[in-house]
Design a binder for this molecule. Structure first.
Ligand code: ADP
Ligand code: MG
Length: 521
């Protein structure tokens, strides 16, 4: 049996390597029929995306790897196991308004235009009255693996996302694609020695290529929110039946990643008979109405809304005007269950992530848990520094200039493309007033092992060194005291994304990365 590092160094299966040895160009034509099979499978199963500047009928296959990427099995299982603890941790954080308010008051000063507006919207919602006591979290915790020693790998957290987590739908599809390519013999035909020639140490089996259940699990999480709404005596009495109640997804206009979302909502309907509607924040005023009792209705169908599920509202660009901020507040104050609430969105701030790496602070939120919980969570953290005037912050201000190569600087933003990497950090810090530095966190860079794989994007394939990032989804239903409701606290499947090693960020739609699946080693 080959060691994990041998597998990384001999990846991917032989066809690609042979072609390269013969001096084939990076655009590898020996694989063209394999690429066609991938495209056909993808388009026929909805493993698709709209290209930039699309029109309604111009979808393309989603960018994927040709081969599943090797991932240490022990790290994979560890990441899945710790998810429920993270779900619970963030629920406790979001339920501790006093603790959060100190941090958010402060953060709002540095990031008035977004964190400040979210915090203000929360205050306003509270003033109007937040009726619904139940909330739903659909989260994703992202990790890279860190090589501790030759064959010892551990997971390290990149970030914890509390709003609009994506790729739960496509992840299920890409794992199915890779399992299909293996089990139907396509890999064997195109990569001659996957099973037989042990030179490359690749021994796929259906056990080592696990299914990704994320699309179904996220739908299940949404269904539990929906059912809890129906069950509660608080849903409106005049239409308290399943057929006239639906989930409302708040989406971005011209969403390119729509098929990721429809994979979940199609399943939500076929399995749970739950309808869903898609509206943008700007649509809310004209396409919904709120009854005097605070129940939310979808105008066109007349359906009552059980859950407001945000797949938007995580970036400043999602709020095009004051009207959109107003919409966010009016939704927050309806009876519909929010996924997530404003407080939970704010609990996902990068500043909060940094503070939770402090053992004392983390202990505060895990106090009633077993010590394992604290340690299992702590084990996943790398060093994250504040850049304020605390002793640790002052240390970090020095490190940012003396040793930027090992760090990434992050503002309070989500959605990719916002971070500052390595040698760009000093220049960036010098370009902004020093009293704004406290709005950023300085995070140690994780350097996962790289290996070769082929990425197919809009019909083009490129083989190069890649690195992978594992995301683990989680669902949790909780009340205003931070208690789990109906036992809904699940790990909800996983996602692997891979990107060329040469790119700092891994945005799939942005063109940096692609969806992938794991080959457990
Ligand atoms: P965003 O909220 O904008 O998605 P992230 O914190 O997830 O920001 O960072 C975006 C990407 O940058 C990640 O997906 C990862 O590829 C890379 N990245 C972020 N933090 C680190 C880190 N500590 N080490 C290595 N890569 C990182
Ligand atoms: Mg991210």
């Amino acid at each position: 049996m080959a060691s994990i590092s041998q597998i990384f160094s001999s990846y991917p299966p032989v066809a690609v390597q042979e072609a390269e040895a013969e001096g084939a160009p990076r655009e590898d034509h020996s694989q063209s029929s394999l690429i066609s099979i991938i495209q056909h499978y993808s388009l026929s199963h909805g493993l698709a995306m709209y290209p930039p500047n699309f029109t309604g009928s111009s979808s393309t296959h989603a960018p994927t790897t040709v081969y599943p990427s090797p991932f240490p099995a022990s790290s994979f299982h560890k990441a899945l196991e710790v998810q429920k603890r993270f779900n619970q941790l963030y629920v406790k954080v979001a339920s501790d308004e006093e603790w959060l308010s100190n941090i958010l008051e402060d953060l709002s000063k540095y990031d008035k235009s977004f964190t400040g507006k979210l915090w203000e919207s929360y205050q306003l919602s509270k003033k109007i009255g937040i009726k619904q006591k139940l909330s739903l979290g659909i989260f994703r915790s992202d990790y890279m693996i860190h090589q501790k020693s030759k064959d010892e790998f551990v997971i390290k957290q990149i970030e914890f996302n509390t709003i609009s987590v994506s790729f739960g739908g496509l992840s299920t599809l890409v794992a199915d694609l890779h399992r299909y390519l293996y089990s139907s013999g396509v890999y064997n035909n195109h990569s001659k020695s996957i099973d037989t020639n042990n030179n490359n140490n690749i021994e796929y089996s259906l056990d080592s290529l696990p299914e990704s259940k994320s699309a179904f699990e996220i739908a299940k999480g949404l269904a539990s929110g929906h059912n809890a709404y129906l069950k509660s005596s608080l849903s409106s009495s005049n239409s308290n039946s399943e057929s006239s109640t639906a989930i409302l997804m708040i989406v971005q206009p011209n969403e390119r990643n729509i098929f990721d979302q429809t994979k979940v909502t199609n399943y939500l309907f076929s399995k749970y008979n739950i309808k869903s509607y898609r509206l943008t924040l700007s649509d809310i005023e004209s396409k919904t109405n709120i009854s005097k009792t605070g129940h939310l209705y979808h105008n066109e169908s007349g359906d009552e809304i059980s859950v407001v599920y945000y797949r938007s509202a995580y970036a400043p660009s999602d709020f095009t005007s004051e009207k959109d901020w107003k919409a966010r507040v009016s939704l927050e104050t309806t009876w519909a269950i929010k996924c997530p609430t404003l407080l939970m969105q704010l609990a996902g701030a990068k500043k909060v992530q940094q503070l939770l790496t402090d053992k004392e602070i983390l202990s505060k939120f895990t106090i009633n848990d077993k010590t394992e919980t604290l340690n299992d969570i702590l084990d996943t953290f790398v060093k994250i520094y504040p850049l304020d005037d605390s002793p640790l912050g002052l240390e970090a201000r020095k490190i940012a200039f003396s040793n930027p190569e090992n760090f990434v600087l992050k503002p309070q933003r989500e959605g990719g493309g916002n971070n500052i990497y390595k040698q760009n950090i000093p220049t960036f810090l010098n370009s902004i007033p020093e009293d704004e530095w406290a709005g950023y966190i300085l995070m140690e860079l994780i350097t996962p092992p790289n290996f070769q794989n082929t990425i197919v994007r809009e019909g083009q394939s490129i083989t190069d060194d890649v690195v992978s990032e594992l995301g683990v989804f989680g669902s949790i239903l909780y009340d205003d005291k931070g208690n789990v409701v109906d036992g809904v606290n699940y790990e909800s499947g996983w996602l692997l994304r891979s990107k060329f090693k040469s790119s700092d960020e891994g945005g799939v739609a942005a063109g940096f990365g692609c969806v992938d699946s794991v080959y457990l080693v």
